[in-house]
Design a protein around this ligand. Sequence first.
Ligand SMILES: [Fe+2]
Ligand SMILES: [Fe+2]
Length: 183
Amino acid sequence: MAPDPRLVELFSYYRDGELHGAGLLLRLIKMMKDDPDAQIKLTLHMAEEANHAWLWTKRISDMGAKPVEIESGYQTRIGRKAIPRGVIDLLALTIVVEERSFARYTEHAKRPDVDAETKRVLESVTKDEKWHMSWIREKFNELAEQQNAGERAEEMVEKYRQIENEVYAELHQREAEAFGPAQ
Ligand SMILES: [Fe+2]
Ligand SMILES: [Fe+2]
């Protein structure tokens, strides 16, 4: 059976998001050189995002397809609306993006039509996303407190949440059009 091109595209979106996630973490690694605790966690975190990208690539390949190029993916669209510059800024964006990927993968795993292989990938990535959300949030709180920036920092998270909601709604709309109203 020929692979469903809609699924190949969807998994390519997931792959693209994970690759961009790894890129974001590399930026943080370069910016947080004076924090050895963050260096350890960021490196593991980046390795896991890269592995997620691989798991989606492998899933696509196992279906007998190749990943398709995503020109205007999730993170690219967010980047058009806001460019994070400082560490707190980047951590705020990471919090929002991690929360979304956890929620999205959890929701996808519960769909009645998901095949066993895809479900295995979804469950495996979801396990890591839980840890990602919690340690990034802790580090963000720690830095915000150090810089006496609690309120301003929370506003930043809210700003990214708003931007992210808009982008997710756009992509969700596209997905619904491709798959029909059941999505
Ligand atoms: Fe991930
Ligand atoms: Fe993650």
